[in-house]
Design a protein around this ligand. Structure first.
Ligand code: MRU
Length: 367
């Protein structure tokens, strides 16, 4: 998607193919900083400390990290080096399924090659495949999701369709297009008027810092709202549908997403507002059935709750304390929305009810 009119992805290979580059998202929307990632530790730090974040992009970054691991692996003992790299990467963030999925895909591909040179070539090809596939699957999610927005637009006689979204499931959370935002961008391109309610998404503020920024760059009308506003808007008919992303979805359709998503789903259910979850198949966890019991939920430092960073009037980025210093906080990164609250899952293969039989009808290879 575009940054100041210029097309960008969130991760790419520099002309020197040894260097992977990312947009360091910690600095948005105030500064646009491109970072080089070279060593496995660079990649692990970038994922853990959220230079890159969002399930799809975490997966794509892990794919390139395994390629970097093959470059650094010694001729003797390359397998144990690669195993250790995979372990380091897996330990960075626990919730997004795409992380383990990408590492596993790389490990299986590399294992087929005998020489280190062949492993390097294969890992580069697979990393690029993962990134390109992520972008293409999000593009297809956009095409499928467009039909939902189109129908609502027709029912509203062409008045703007109001979509509420939580966190950032935009192109910044993937390689391109985004999952929740892909149908919105597709609608915008099709000339359908849309307006997005953007939850600010405490405490990391993915909504105000990232979603508002990327929608603005694409010229999509949007309004930033405090996280607690959605229920009120739904009660007053001001939300036509909710679309969110997900970090891990069970085979039965339970969805883990950024903390607060569950409350939006409850409010949507109470107000008969359609609640859709957009995801590429790399986010399904085919091994588990009960999201609340089985999806690992990341807990992060309470400094993310107690301190806020932003641009001061001076133009400098400053960090301020917004709670008593001695107060401790609980910072759960994600919650689980049960399948019964979800109208449908928008995938690269089409839209399905969040029911095991329907999901498996789309993905019969996982029966
Ligand atoms: O903590 P983050 O910023 O990595 O969390 C991101 C989200 O919760 C997104 O909504 C999610 O990844 C789904 S879209 C990839």
């Amino acid at each position: 998607m575009r940054v100041n009119g210029k097309p960008f992805r969130t991760i790419w290979l520099s002309p020197d193919p040894l260097i992977v580059q990312i947009i360091d998202q910690r600095h948005l929307p105030h500064e646009f900083i491109v970072e080089d990632l070279v060593t496995v530790d660079d990649f692990a730090r970038a994922i853990k400390e959220m230079h890159v974040r969002g399930a799809g992009l975490i997966g794509a970054t892990a794919g390139y990290a395994m390629y970097a691991a093959t470059l650094a692996a010694p001729e003797d003992g390359s397998q144990s080096y690669l195993d250790q790299a995979a372990k380091t990467l897996l330990a960075t963030r626990p919730t997004a399924k795409n992380l383990a999925w990408a590492i596993d895909r790389q490990q299986r591909a590399i294992a087929h090659e005998t020489s280190l040179a062949a492993k390097r070539a294969r890992a580069l090809a697979v990393a690029s495949e993962i990134a390109d596939e992520d972008a293409e699957f999000c593009r297809r999610i956009g095409e499928h999701g467009l039909s939902i927005i189109q129908q609502i637009s027709e029912a509203k006689g062409g008045r703007p369709v109001n979509v509420l979204t939580h966190c950032n499931a935009g192109w910044l959370a993937f390689v391109d297009y985004g999952s929740a935002t892909a149908p919105i961008y597709a609608a915008q391109r099709a000339g359908i008027p849309v307006h997005v309610w953007v939850d600010e998404t405490r405490p990391w503020l993915q909504g105000s810092r990232l979603t508002a920024w990327e929608l603005g760059q694409e010229g999509v009308p949007h309004t930033l709202i405090p996280d607690n506003t959605g229920g009120h808007l739904m009660q007053h008919g001001m939300v036509d549908l909710v679309i969110v992303g997900t970090d891990r979805t069970t085979r039965t359709g339970d969805v883990a997403n950024k903390i607060g998503t569950y409350l939006k789903a409850l409010a949507a259910h109470d107000n008969q507002v359609p609640f859709y979850v957009a995801l590429p198949s790399s986010t399904f966890d085919w091994q588990i059935r009960d999201g609340v019991r089985e999806i690992p939920i990341e807990e992060r430092s309470d400094t993310e709750i107690k301190f806020v960073s932003g641009q001061a009037k001076s133009g400098n980025i400053e960090t301020v304390l917004i709670a008593p210093e001695s107060t401790s906080g609980a910072n759960y990164g994600f919650d689980v929305t049960p399948a019964r609250l979800i109208t449908g899952l928008i995938t690269e293969r089409g839209i399905t009810p969040a029911h095991e039989a329907d999901i498996l009808a789309l993905y019969p290879e996982n029966r």
